[in-house]
Design a protein around this ligand. Structure first.
Ligand SMILES: [Zn+2]
Length: 113
C-alpha cells in the first residue's frame, strides 16, 4: 500500500496548489521520480484514477521525469552518477558514499485551466 499513501499525499499537494491558484481544473501533473525510487508510475496512475475521482484533478495527465542516481563520496567529496548500482567513487575509488539524489518522488509543477 506504499503507492496508495504517496499518491494520496501527491494529490493533496496538487489540490492545495490548484486551490491557491483558483484553478477550475488540473490538466496535468508533472512529477520527478528518482531512478532509485521504489515508486512505480503505473501504481501511482492506478491509485490516482481512483482517489482523484470527483476532484478537480480527475483525468489529469500524469507525467514522470526520471532523475539519475547521484552519490557523494565520503572520502573526497566528489559527486558522481551511480551506474548499475556501482557506488565506487570514480575519483578516489572510495567505497563509502551517500545518495544525494535519485530517491525522490515529488510534484514539480502542475498545469491548470
Ligand atoms: Zn572519492
Amino acid at each position: 500500500m506504499h503507492e496508495m499513501s504517496v499518491t494520496e499525499s501527491m494529490l493533496g499537494v496538487v489540490l492545495r496548489h490548484a486551490q491557491r491558484n483558483r484553478a477550475g481544473k488540473v490538466t496535468a501533473i508533472n512529477m520527478v521520480l528518482g531512478e532509485f525510487s521504489t515508486v512505480m508510475p503505473e501504481s501511482v496512475q492506478f491509485y490516482f484514477d481512483i482517489i482523484s475521482k470527483d476532484t478537480i484533478a480527475e483525468g489529469a495527465d500524469l507525467n514522470f521525469r526520471r532523475t539519475k542516481l547521484i552519490a557523494k563520496c565520503e572520502t573526497c567529496g566528489d559527486e558522481f552518477e551511480v551506474v548499475e548500482y556501482d557506488f565506487t567513487c570514480p575519483g578516489c575509488k572510495g567505497e563509502k558514499s551517500e545518495i544525494i539524489s535519485g530517491r525522490e518522488f515529488q510534484v514539480e509543477s502542475i498545469e491548470i485551466s
